[in-house]
Design a protein around this ligand. Structure first.
Ligand code: F3S
Length: 427
């Protein structure tokens, strides 16, 4: 890999041992990928804290959170003192919501560990957004900007909707990027690799947010890790629809970038989206494909009686919280059901001030932040079946926790929370 003079100096220790370790990691990583050089970045989304018992014990045995960062963010066999981040860096979701630790089955020791991890990250200059949707709370890289982001649903939004450039990075590469301001120049950083590969013609136009999730699930399953170009969408989808489409497409497949002709920034026309090339394949999304996606997402669901409803995957916007309030108005969550709704902590703070959180809590639900059930592996005790308005959560959580999972609209899920039974169906 070709390094600039500044990068070589970092590698040789001119900026201290942690930066040297970070540059060493990036060189090894870049060479494994076949990258010829690094590219500068000033927008990193990663994860730093230690909220698992394993990390807690590791920190205790090896000398604190510098040791955790050295091992798990820098792949360094020796413990190095971690300096402040060189780049703008924001923290993605964590492993728990410290304000609802008891509901998540966690004790005060884990909350203390979480707080220590947050203080450590804050001292490095990391923004504690604690969400899988950093773009909802002010992290909006400009079109063409090189980023280093983790979290598949955030990556696909960053590339597709914002037109910024990132591959799906990991804890190690984002840790190294935040100390060096560099990331390997390969994959979706390179303009030619951002061209569409598959044409998707829409016959059954997705309507609500759940429908966009099903559409994404189908496209991801067929296209896998290539780049779909979608035509035939009428009204431009809003933020929630784009968020759920991308999250679903990166769940059933490995989609990191999609183009919607006339909507997303790199697809003003079909020709521009394909960069003048011909599509490798064309697929159609009609009623049969929509039905197939619905059945696949609901593959684990058997029992209509549910004990848990989880909303907010990816983390909810304020508008989605308002919709929940409208649906909950004058009603109460069934006594045998827990309703957990996840949003970024900044949006939760707004929801508290606007009275939205109180409406949810008065109805018997919880407005939570910083994590989700799949990330924290936390569900209410006794859960056998759950309902979700997210394809991604319905895909992962039953497999992770050994429960049954129903997928439906937000209205279906609130109805299930109130009645204790999921009665939704594909309409
Ligand atoms: Fe976010 Fe958890 Fe879903 S981190 S995208 S809410 S699986």
């Amino acid at each position: 890999m070709r390094l600039t003079d500044a990068e070589r100096a970092m590698l040789e220790g001119a900026e201290g041992p942690a930066v040297a370790r970070a540059m060493d990691l990036l060189v090894r990583y870049g060479e494994a990928l076949g990258a010829e050089r690094l590219v500068e970045t000033n927008n990193v989304c990663g994860t730093i804290g230690a909220t698992t018992p394993f990390m807690r014990d590791f920190a205790a045995r090896h000398g604190g959170l510098d040791a955790v960062f050295s091992e798990f963010n820098l792949d360094s066999p020796e413990v190095v003192k971690v300096p402040r981040a060189r780049t703008f860096t924001c923290h993605l979701q964590q492993g728990m919501d410290p304000d609802h630790a008891a509901a998540m089955g966690l004790g005060t020791e884990m909350v203390q560990l979480f707080r220590r991890g947050e203080a450590f990250a804050a001292a490095l200059g990391v923004e504690l957004a604690n969400t899988c949707t950093p773009y909802q709370v002010g992290n909006l890289p400009r079109r063409g900007e090189h980023c280093a982001w983790m979290e598949s649903s955030a990556v696909v939004f960053c590339n597709s909707v914002l037109g910024a450039r990132t591959n799906t990075e990991g804890r190690e590469s984002t840790g190294a990027a935040m100390l060096t301001g560099r990331i390997p120049y390969w994959g979706l950083h390179i303009p030619e690799n951002r061209r569409g590969t598959h044409l998707v013609e829409v016959e059954a136009e997705p309507a609500d947010v759940a429908d966009w999730g099903l559409f994404g699930y189908y496209v991801g399953e067929v296209v896998q890790d290539r780049i779909p170009v979608i035509v035939g969408v009428g009204a431009p989808p809003d933020l929630a629809r784009l968020k759920h489409f991308g999250a679903a497409a990166s769940t059933s497949g490995g989609i990191e970038l999609y183009h919607i002709v006339g909507v997303t920034p790199e697809a003003p026309t079909r020709e521009a989206a394909f960069g003048g090339a011909r599509p490798a394949a064309t697929l159609r999304y009609g009623r049969a494909e929509r039905r197939l996606a619905y059945e696949r997402v609901n593959a684990t669901a058997r029992r209509r009686e549910i004990q848990f409803v989880m909303l907010g995957c990816p983390h909810y916007s304020l508008e989605q919280l308002r919709e929940v309030c409208r649906l909950l108005a004058g009603r109460r969550v069934h006594p045998d059901v827990e309703l957990w709704i996840f949003a970024p902590r900044a949006i939760r703070a707004l929801a508290v001030r606007e009275g939205i959180a109180k409406i949810i809590e008065d109805a018997g639900g919880r407005l939570m932040s910083d994590t989700c059930s799949a990330m924290s592996r936390a569900i209410p005790p006794g859960t056998r079946a759950a309902a979700f308005d997210s394809v991604k959560q319905a895909h992962y959580l039953p497999a992770i926790m050994g429960i049954e999972g129903w997928f439906g609209t937000t209205a279906d899920c609130i109805e299930a929370a109130v009645r204790g039974r999921f009665e939704g169906d594909l309409r």
